[in-house]
Design a protein around this ligand. Structure first.
Ligand code: SAH
Length: 372
């Protein structure tokens, strides 16, 4: 069995501040850290010897003490439209999934934060796997590094760019706070990926203390997995609601948005489960809850998996739900997944690699209501 860690320091585990401090501890000038970041994240160079603007002595020091560790690519599937799903094998026995979704004017990478998940949401297949461990920050940002490399290598996808990152893969990002923040810093850092805060989204089931901390730590966009507007139903779907019920969640969202003229908002995700949370009364409850709050609602048709016990809402039910929101001036988009095999879709990122590997991926995301 491969060992879980190596004796060497993984350079991907540092954000800029951390790498600068590390270089100082090696007796090097901190600006060398910026050069290394540019090599790794902008030039896609992961061989220290190719970092030609570093002195030979520094390269030698780095070679002895450090590594640039990336997981192995265990499985790669690229559909004709460029939608890609990868399974990355970590050191040890675990693997994670990362998905790239190209759209007309953007390319979104869906990144995992944990192996498995502890939150046990009733409609999510990752929950079935249970919680294995947190990802290191190197394993989080490593998904962006690897995806960038892999997109560039494939003729179908080489023109595709990662313009957006959503922390919507496996796991609850806010339960892996410190590693998450370091990886987010690299996504935003001009010496690394330089993405704008609007293009980096953390999705949470509502870990309230960490939501407040996140606001202080790093400026990114926030998505909250709501799924129901009353506590009884939400506690059934998202057990974390028993700890942090809706009223407290909304208070935390208000704190997130803050006062003043900064145009912050929250994206509320709402999975559409047939006969469970998709009825007109649920839409009206949602309107009551969100009225006047700066937000968008993203309606996500449930993605089925074996023995889930749920079914996807009908198109009619989703349309009716959307209309109620729309009539009440709540901006809503509908995420539409199409095709029989959509294993890369929300909530389907589980570890059952073997029976998934041969399936076709079809993933389309037309939206309506975006311009209301
Ligand atoms: N733990 C985080 C992020 C991971 S899930 C969170 O809860 O937000 C990303 C989104 O996919 C969440 O809104 C989640 O509720 C949703 N999701 C999970 N399982 C799903 C399924 N089977 N079908 C559709 N959406 C699902």
């Amino acid at each position: 069995m491969a060992s879980l860690s190596s004796d060497k320091v993984n350079l991907l585990d540092f954000d800029r501040a951390g790498l600068r401090a590390y270089f100082e501890s090696l007796g090097e000038k901190p600006f060398r850290a910026d050069q290394v970041l540019k090599w790794i994240y902008q030039q896609s160079v992961t061989d220290i010897d190719q970092m030609t603007n570093l002195a030979k002595s520094l390269r030698e020091k780095l070679r002895v003490n450090c590594e640039i560790y990336l997981p192995d690519v265990m499985h790669s599937h690229v559909s004709a439209d460029g939608t890609s799903k990868w399974i990355f094998k970590l050191r040890g026995t675990n693997s994670i999934e990362t998905v790239f979704i190209p759209e007309k004017n953007r390319g979104t990478l869906c990144v995992s934060s944990q192996v498995g998940c502890a939150l046990d949401c009733s409609f999510c297949s990752t929950a079935r796997q249970g919680f294995n461990r947190n990802l290191s920050s190197g394993e989080i940002i490593g998904q962006v590094v690897l995806a960038t490399h892999l997109l560039g290598q494939n003729p179908v996808t080489q023109s595709h760019r990662i313009t957006n990152v959503v922390m919507m893969g496996m796991g609850e990002p806010l339960l892996n706070f410190n590693n998450l923040v370091k990886a987010l810093n690299l996504m935003l850092d001009d010496n690394a990926y330089g993405l704008s805060k609007r293009r980096v989204t953390v999705s949470t089931s509502g870990v309230l203390p960490a939501m407040d901390k996140l606001k202080e730590a790093v400026d990114v966009s926030l998505a909250v997995s709501l799924h129901a507007a009353n506590d009884e139903l939400r506690s059934e779907l998202v057990p974390l609601n028993k700890t942090y019920p809706i009223a407290e969640l909304m208070d935390a969202c208000k704190r997130w948005v803050g006062k003043g003229d900064r145009k912050r908002h929250v994206m509320f995700e709402y999975v559409m489960l047939d006969g469970v949370n998709d009825q007109p009364q649920h839409a009206r409850e949602l309107v009551q809850l969100l009225r006047g709050f700066p937000c968008k609602v993203n309606l996500i048709p449930f993605n089925p998996f074996p023995a889930s016990g749920y079914e996807r809402s009908s198109d009619d039910a989703i349309q009716r739900f959307w209309q109620i929101l729309n009539k009440n001036k709540i901006v809503a988009t509908r995420r539409q997944t199409r095709g029989d095999d959509i294993d890369a879709a929300c909530g389907q990122l589980a570890g059952e690699v073997s029976d998934r590997s041969k399936r076709e991926l079809k993933f389309v995301e037309p939206r309506f209501g975006e311009n209301l």
